[in-house]
Design a binder for this molecule. Structure first.
Ligand code: BES
Ligand code: MN
Ligand code: ZN
Length: 501
């Protein structure tokens, strides 16, 4: 084998789980060595302080949300600092957790090229409804997420200087507790982004699996099914998709039993590269993006990392269906009929509809082996979803009204929003095949028939499918995102799992 397996493995062994260049600590007074003060103000606060009112008026600063005004060599009482960054919060009472994190992101971006190295955040003038501890922790979450970089292959690493960020807190204990939890979440998102940004030469089923093994030390049960185990369990669908690649498929399960409740399951599509197979993707820009076709599995692993790191009181199983969709003399072909784990036969109409095949076996396996009380899958499944709602929303497909409500609320809360699209048995005739129990594509709709196909592999467990095609990659650094992998789904699924217990 001429593949650089050993080298890639070595490189990947060191995925950092610490997000961002900022070392963040809470303080109960202004740090003596602070050279920079970030002072958070709403429009009201500007009016009550004559000095701030004067300088703001002079510079047309109105304390709008995330707007900044940098004041160099400030006068007393700020003379101890080299600079004061006035940052607007808008109406502080109305700040949501997400808006607090956006302030952190804006602060980190505004300091990116400055000489500031010891930065004191002072939010004591505002009184956010979410409470100071939550506000400060969300702010630092935004700092971490927006300063994420992927530089492992850059010779000239423009390493951001190490910086301290001190959070002035009137309740250090409460703030520290929330910081620990949200740090775990930032790490989970950074892990998902790393996995997505890593090219297919570095991340394939076996190396993806290695990234999960670290969770064993923290008390999670990690199970890996290789080709032999998949064969034995009769999972012919994931095996068919993976057959064309020299890098064999895997089904990866991470079980965190932080409570004795009946578990929930999250299932991710992990196509480490999607060439389309013999139905080859022929557009350069569409095939190029398919290193991100494991973003669903990355979101699941990022979620599991978060919950395990938090030692959360939840019982959850993360399942990742890993395969590389390639062309070779062994690859599956259009017209093939494969038998899935549940015994159903599937006629392969299009080898590029591979995600639903690997998920079919994963859904069946987790339902029959773990009897979860709900199953949610997440997948970069269809181009048609992108056409329908772009990257503004994930597509949500479910007939369980409780799950629809829970996922919609969780999505609003963390600003990884979902939009419900049809999951309807009316479309079942589209999946009928003359030769087999099912065909792997519909005839008219894309995203909905894909969801309906998945639904055939879940018997009676409440089930929801999230189509995150288009959400996995960002073409710019904006809000909490940086260019490249977004880690979309980690914050949504973590919020859902924590609130559904
Ligand atoms: N991974 C793709 C879907 C995708 C498209 C993700 C664009 C992200 C951006 C999926 O495997 C695929 O190829 N879907 C086909 C299905 C079709 C052949 C029925 C699609 O949607 O075109
Ligand atoms: Mn495909
Ligand atoms: Zn795909």
């Amino acid at each position: 084998m001429f593949r650089l397996t050993a080298v890639a493995t070595l490189l990947l062994a060191s995925f950092a789980s610490q997000a961002g260049p900022f070392t963040i600590k809470t303080t109960s007074t202004i740090a003596d060595n602070a050279d920079t003060l970030i002072l958070l103000v709403g429009p009201e606060q500007l009016n009550t302080n004559p000095q701030l009112a004067a300088i703001s008026q002079q510079e047309n600063f109105t304390a709008k949300h995330a707007k900044t005004l940098t004041w160099l060599s400030p006068a007393a009482p700020y003379a101890q600092f080299k600079r004061v960054v006035l940052m607007g919060t808008g109406e502080p009472e109305k700040l949501s957790a997400y808006q607090a994190s956006l302030l952190g992101a804006a602060a980190a971006r505004s300091l990116k090229d400055s000489a500031a190295s010891n930065i004191q955040l002072d939010a004591s003038m505002i009184d956010p409804a979410i409470g100071q501890a939550e506000f400060l922790a969300q702010f630092s979450h935004g700092v971490d997420l927006s300063s994420y970089t992927f530089d492992r292959y850059l010779s000239d690493k423009k390493t951001a200087p190490e910086r301290n960020l001190f959070l002035l807190s009137s309740n250090k204990k409460a703030t520290d507790e929330r910081l620990v939890q949200l740090n775990a979440l930032s790490e989970g998102v950074a892990l998902a982004r790393d996995l997505i940004n890593e090219p297919a030469s570095g991340i394939y089923p076996e190396t993806f699996v290695q990234q999960a093994l670290a969770l064993r030390k923290l008390g999670a049960k990690v199970t890996v099914m290789d080709e032999k185990a998949l064969e034995k369990a009769g999972m012919g669908a994931i095996l068919a998709v993976g057959r064309g690649s020299a890098r064999p498929p895997r089904l990866l399960l991470v079980h965190w039993e932080g409570s004795k409740q009946q578990p929930v399951a999250v299932v991710g599509k992990g196509i480490t590269f999607d060439t389309g197979g013999y139905n080859l993707k022929t557009q350069a820009d569409s095939i190029f993006r398919m290193t991100s076709d494991m973003a669903g599995a990355a979101a699941v692993l990022g979620t599991m990392h978060t919950l395990v790191k938090q030692q959360a009181p939840v019982n959850v199983i993360g399942v990742m269906a890993l395969a590389e969709n390639m062309i070779s003399d062994r690859a599956y072909l259009p017209g093939d009929i494969v038998r899935a784990g549940n015994g159903k036969t599937i006629e392969i109409i299009n080898t590029d509809a591979e995600g639903r095949l690997v998920l079919a076996d994963a859904l069946w396996h987790v339902e029959t082996q773990y009897k979860p009380r709900a199953i949610v899958d997440i997948a970069t499944l269809t181009g048609s979803k992108v056409t329908a709602v772009g990257n503004y929303y994930a597509g949500l497909f479910s007939n369980d009204e409780t799950l629809v409500t829970q996922l919609t609320q969780a999505g609003e809360k963390v600003h990884e929003r979902v939009w419900r699209l049809p999951l309807s048995d009316d479309m079942l005739p589209e999946l009928k095949s003359m030769k087999a129990d099912l065909r792997n594509t519909g005839r008219s709709t894309g995203a909905s028939t894909a969801a309906l196909f998945l639904n055939q592999f879940v018997n009676d467990t409440p089930f929801a499918h999230l189509d995150i095609a288009g959400n996995a990659l960002s073409d710019s650094s904006k809000g909490l995102h940086t260019e490249g992998g977004t880690g979309f789904g980690v914050r949504l699924l973590t919020e859902w799992v924590l609130t559904t217990q």
